[in-house]
Ligand binder design. Structure first.
Ligand code: ADP
Ligand code: MG
Length: 363
C-alpha cells in the first residue's frame, strides 16, 4: 500500500489557485472587482488575441500602498478584511486575499501602480509564481493600478488547451459579465477592447462615468432597448418564514430597484440572455429570484422572457456571500418569505404597467 505523504507546498498552492482562477471570466472578474474596491472611476480592460496573449486591467483608483508591495500577492493577504466578524458587514467585493496570489501561480503577472502623491512616477512590481515580490522598478504612470497578465494557464497544460479551444465562447462570457458590472456602476467609465491576432482592434464595451443606470443600459444594449422597459421600484417587507433566521427587523425590509420589460407581448425577449441580478450592487446569481421574475412575467407574456436589471438593496446580515470561490452565489437567510413577497409585488406592478409609458419617454 502506498504511504500517505503531504503534498509539497508549491504544488498545493498551484492546485488551490486553480479553484479561484478557473477561466478567463474569473481573471477579469477578480481584477475588475479590485479596481472597483479601489474606488476607480475609470476601468479599461484590454485583451490581446482574445486574452490568449495578454489581459490588462487599468484603473485610476487609489493605487497600492508601498508598504503592501511585499504582501499583496501572498495568499490570504488582504487590506479589506481583518477578522471573520467583518464578513457579515461586507461592503467590498474582495475579502479573501486570494486573487492576486492565484493569478501569480497560474500566469505571468506584473503590476504598475501609483498612489496620488507618487504620480507621475509609478512602481512596476514583478512577482515570482509563489507570490513573492521579485523586484520593483520606477516607471512613468498616473495614479491608479494596471495589472498585466500573460500566458494564462501556460503552467497548467490541460487547462491552457481547454482555454484555447473555447476562447471565443469564454470572451463572450467575459463581455456578459462586464456588462453586468458596467450597467450597475453609475460612477464608473468602462472601456473593453480586444486586439485580434491580425492586430485589429475591436471595442467590446464602453460606458461613461457619471451616467445613470438607464444611460448605461442604452450604452451597453442600445438605446432601443429602453423602448420596452419600465422602471422597477419595489419595497418588500415581509414576515420571516419559520425557518428564516431573524436577527433584527431590518433584515425583512428590501428595496428593489432597476428596470424590467413591459408585460406586453412582443416587448420581452426570446431568451433569458439579458437578466442581471444584484445584491447591494454586487452581481450575483440567485436562481430563486430569477425564477420568480420569469414566472410572474410569463403570466402576462407567455411566449417571452423579460429583460431584467434588478438590484436588491438589503441589510448585509440578511445574506452570505462567502459560499462559493467566485463569491457569485449568495445565500439568502430567508429566501422563502422574500420570494413570496417579491412575486406578489411584481404581480401588482405588472398589473398597473401594461398601459404604462416605456423608458424612452422619460428624460
Ligand atoms: P482581496 O481583493 O480579497 O483583498 P486580492 O488578492 O484580490 O485580495 O488583492 C490583494 C490586495 O491587493 C487587496 O486587498 C488590495 O489591497 C490590493 N489591490 C489589488 N488590486 C488593487 C487595485 N486595482 N488597486 C488598489 N489596490 C489593489
Ligand atoms: Mg480581490
Amino acid at each position: 500500500m502506498a504511504t500517505i505523504k503531504p503534498i509539497e507546498g508549491r504544488s498545493v498552492h498551484q492546485i488551490q489557485s486553480g479553484q479561484v482562477i478557473v477561466d478567463l471570466c474569473s481573471v477579469v472578474k477578480e481584477l475588475v472587482e479590485n479596481s472597483l474596491d479601489a474606488g476607480a472611476t475609470s476601468i479599461e480592460v484590454r485583451f490581446k488575441n482574445d486574452g490568449l496573449d495578454s489581459i490588462e486591467v487599468q484603473d485610476n483608483g487609489s493605487g497600492i500602498d508601498p508598504q503592501n508591495y511585499e504582501s499583496i500577492a501572498l495568499k490570504h493577504y488582504t487590506s479589506k478584511l481583518a477578522s471573520y466578524d467583518d464578513l457579515t458587514s461586507l461592503t467590498t467585493f474582495g475579502f479573501r486575499g486570494e486573487a492576486l496570489s492565484s493569478l501569480c501561480a497560474v500566469s505571468n503577472f506584473h503590476i504598475i501602480t501609483a498612489q496620488a502623491q507618487q504620480a507621475p512616477k509609478a512602481n512596476k512590481l514583478e512577482f515570482e509564481h509563489s507570490g513573492r515580490l521579485k523586484g520593483t522598478q520606477i516607471v512613468a504612470g498616473q495614479k491608479g493600478t494596471t495589472v498585466s497578465i500573460s500566458n494564462l494557464f501556460s503552467r497548467l497544460p490541460v487547462r491552457r488547451k481547454e482555454l484555447e479551444k473555447n476562447i471565443k465562447r469564454e470572451l463572450g462570457k467575459v463581455v456578459n459579465l462586464l456588462n453586468e458590472y458596467a450597467c450597475i456602476s453609475t460612477g464608473v467609465r468602462f472601456s473593453v477592447k480586444n486586439t485580434d491576432s491580425k492586430k485589429r482592434q475591436l471595442v467590446l464595451l464602453t460606458t461613461k462615468a457619471n451616467a445613470s443606470i438607464r444611460e448605461n443600459i442604452a450604452n451597453v444594449y442600445g438605446a432601443k432597448t429602453l423602448l420596452t422597459l419600465i422602471p422597477l421600484e419595489l419595497e418588500l417587507e415581509f414576515e420571516p418564514s419559520a425557518t428564516g433566521k431573524r436577527l433584527n427587523r431590518d433584515l425583512n425590509k428590501i428595496h428593489v430597484r432597476g428596470y424590467v420589460s413591459r408585460p406586453v407581448v412582443g416587448e420581452g425577449r426570446g431568451t433569458r440572455d439579458r437578466q442581471m441580478y444584484y445584491v447591494n450592487s454586487r452581481p450575483c446569481g440567485i436562481p430563486q429570484i430569477a425564477k420568480a421574475f420569469n414566472e410572474v412575467y410569463k403570466t402576462y407574456n407567455i411566449s417571452q422572457a423579460p429583460f431584467v436589471l434588478a438590484d436588491f438593496q438589503m441589510d448585509t446580515n440578511a445574506y452570505d456571500v462567502n459560499v462559493s470561490p467566485d463569491k457569485r452565489t449568495i445565500l439568502l437567510h430567508d429566501s422563502a418569505a422574500l420570494i413570496e413577497s417579491l412575486k406578489e409585488a411584481l404581480d401588482q406592478m405588472f398589473q398597473g404597467a401594461e398601459q404604462s409609458v416605456p423608458q424612452s419617454q422619460f428624460t
